[in-house]
Design a protein around this ligand. Sequence first.
Ligand SMILES: NC(=O)c1ccc[n+]([C@@H]2O[C@H](COP(=O)([O-])OP(=O)(O)OC[C@H]3O[C@@H](n4cnc5c(N)ncnc54)[C@H](OP(=O)(O)O)[C@@H]3O)[C@@H](O)[C@H]2O)c1
Length: 372
Amino acid sequence: MAVTELVPAATTPQAWAVPRMGSLANLVKQPTNLVAQSAPGTVRVAVRAIGLNFADVFCVLGLYAAFGTSGNPVPGLEFAGVIEADGEGWKKGQRVYGTTRFGAYTTHLDADPRYLRPIPEAWSFEQAAAYPVQTITAFYALHHLGVLQPGATVLLQSAAGGVGLQALRILAATPDVKVLGIVGNPKKIDLLTKMFPGQKRWRFVSREAGTTLSEQIKSFLTAQQSSGFDLILDSVMGPAFKPSYDALNPCGRYVIFGSASLAPSTISLSPMTVGFYNPMNVVRMITLAYKFLTRPKIDPLVLVADNKNIMGYNLIWLYDKLQLLTDMYSDLNKLNLEPPHVGHVFDFDDLPKALAYFQTGQTVGKVVVTVP
Ligand SMILES: NC(=O)c1ccc[n+]([C@@H]2O[C@H](COP(=O)([O-])OP(=O)(O)OC[C@H]3O[C@@H](n4cnc5c(N)ncnc54)[C@H](OP(=O)(O)O)[C@@H]3O)[C@@H](O)[C@H]2O)c1
């Protein structure tokens, strides 16, 4: 296990908190309330890198039930860093990554040792901070809910995102799968084609392509001589739902784990241009309300008639299922995946800018914030 020489971190531990939900402009950097010794049963980690998740945007906007909407909470689900003092089975200087049920937007934290893992020797702090949430999300969707089988035909939304790339890596470790990956723009297709050059039965298409999703699906399934999809991973929802569901095979599984198309896009961070000060935001809110009201809905009885399965999940509710998480880490180790693709790195002081960039939908791979 690698041991790194401790470099003194920021003298006063600091964290980005959300005293008031609703806008990224409300994020405030402030001293944490850590005392000299780590809390009993925890181990203090000097954080070097924080992995951002699309869910963090929903937290700050006050749209994530598990995060709550009151107090002065600190978002953030995953981090990598260095153990600051011996304790709880860990040694000072060990490089670790871990998850926390919020609170990772910080320079230091008292971590629950059960949720820490050693960083593989060859991985950077950024890669390690990028690993847990998106990889476990992809693995749970593909293997636990999706019951992925060799030879399966799979549809994957946001294929170039953090979860998307990890899902593709897991799919690449499964023999003979055929994959249709959907992305938001053609630049992302270039990246995916370079990253997965040998996959002859995979196709990546852009929502901007000019053809409808139904046509793209038909063309792909015909080329692959597949009757339909055995498994669909959807974190976007919206208009893609119906054509995707229609192309699901009987006994197929449709796994929903996000709703990016319902994310409000307030990109400006200036206090004078957010909220009702900005007429554009009124337009955005009306658009969002329209999207919400017209979101896809399905009668459960139809599922019986169609012999299809729709499932949903949220990783946050698996947090207490430690044995399940441990088993998934161990199954993932057996796949020997490459470290995650870190697409964008921001400084700790620029964390709100990193989240705003996330909100644009243009990111590829993982967005990581580093603590100097
Ligand atoms: N349920 C869970 O436990 C769980 C855990 C982790 C993540 N998630 C969900 O999984 C999805 C992927 O998460 P991630 O952290 O890896 O993020 P990500 O895929 O790196 O980024 C989100 C992607 O959503 C797509 N998107 C579609 N419509 C959008 C819109 N209106 N605004 C912004 N982006 C839009 C964009 O990709 P394209 O345009 O290329 O599609 C964007 O890159 C998210 O929806 C997230 O909420 C769920």
